[in-house]
Design a protein around this ligand. Structure first.
Ligand SMILES: O=P(O)(O)OC[C@H]1O[C@@H](O)[C@H](O)[C@@H](O)[C@@H]1O
Length: 331
């Protein structure tokens, strides 16, 4: 794909515009979308890795600083972002023991949780979206703003209907900006009956030592502590820290979190719209030992801060759309 061949932006309304941008947007002087696919499909191909076929889309943005890498990679099965590099530095944690067989959710990156957060009587934990083949609706394309976007979609199939008998259509629009990644989610109900769902972006941030991470934006929120049989507490700390097995659903949190001491001691800003809840999770040493796709010694190097609509389900009437978004920004 050449820059000159870029198409006019016909994409749907950017829900992230509903978020405030309190910081100036950096001007990018030159952009190139690197077509790393050789089969002429324009963005979707099989890459052989470790003897297993994966569908991957790699989306790159190059600034005037030639040696600075800005890119992210999505595995189309599960629409899971498995890498996001800012200034050549990986921001996301993916376990060395993660399994990429398209059947099991990937242990790390940003798996897409839908239509169920947590255990599910009628289907797999955290729903089927993270283990289902999505479509690449729109291959990477440069927008007039200079940002690069790609859109993925998922709709009901025999597989999803076998678990959850509803017509639905998910759209997942990802936009790469120099130090930012934007996530725009749309859930459409084309059917004749309402359905309800929970939804969450299960983001695993990479960190040198989780014990040094601090999370803002949780103060005053009630949380359901899944490590204490769902007991409900209220967060009184100005910044939350983690020093043990943690699995909490914070309800109605602030629209913005800053997570301190992530990669290179930097800060990560998370802004969210229509995702009222925030899950904070780290399995710690004991639980890690019981996870086959997570190394025993990896828990200090990750922190999950997950924006979602999970404390209460979304009820979606026929013919309506639910929209939500998240922006991650390295600061
Ligand atoms: O192992 P999974 O299905 O990817 O889930 C990981 C964790 O995901 C978190 O979001 C949940 O709150 C935890 O309870 C869960 O253990």
């Amino acid at each position: 794909m050449e820059n000159d061949d870029l198409l006019v932006d016909t994409s749907p309304r950017d829900t992230s515009e509903q978020l405030q941008y309190p910081y100036p947007k950096k001007k990018i002087t030159s952009i190139s979308i690197h077509d790393h696919w050789s089969d002429g499909t324009g963005g979707q191909s099989k890459i052989l890795e470790g003897g297993v076929d994966h569908d991957r889309v790699k989306i790159k943005l190059q600034s005037s600083h030639m040696f600075r890498g800005y890119e992210f990679t999505v595995i189309i099965t599960g629409a899971t972002i498995v890498s996001w590099r800012v200034n050549n530095q990986e921001q996301l944690f993916v376990s060395k023991q993660a399994i990429f067989d398209g059947k099991k959710a990937i242990r790390g990156g940003v798996p897409f949780v839908f239509p169920q957060f947590g255990s599910w009587a009628i289907g797999p934990q955290h729903g089927f979206a993270r283990i289902t083949q999505w479509a690449l609706e729109k291959p990477p394309e440069r927008l007039p703003s200079g940002d690069v976007e790609a859109i993925f979609s998922l709709q009901d199939s025999d597989f999803t209907r076998g678990i959850w008998n509803h017509a639905f259509r998910l759209s997942y629009r990802l936009i790469l900006r120099e130090k930012e990644l934007h996530f725009n989610v749309g859930v459409y109900n084309p059917g004749a009956e309402a359905f309800s769902f929970t939804i969450l972006l299960h983001t695993y941030f990479k960190a040198p030592d989780v014990r040094r991470c601090q999370i803002t934006g949780l103060t005053g929120s009630t949380f359901i502590d899944k490590t204490q049989e769902g007991a409900v507490f209220r967060e009184s700390r100005d910044v939350a820290t983690i020093s043990e097995y943690t699995d909490r659903i914070y309800c109605n949190t602030a629209g913005e979190h800053v997570i301190c001491n992530v990669v290179s001691g930097r800060k990560m800003r998370m802004q969210k719209y229509n995702l009222p809840d925030t899950v904070v999770w780290n399995p710690w040493a004991e639980k890690a030992k019981g996870m086959s796709d997570f190394g025993d010694d990896e828990f200090p190097n990750m922190i999950c801060v997950e924006a979602g609509h999970v404390a209460s389900p979304v009820l979606l009437p026929p013919g309506t759309v639910f929209e939500a978004s998240q922006i991650l920004q390295v600061i």
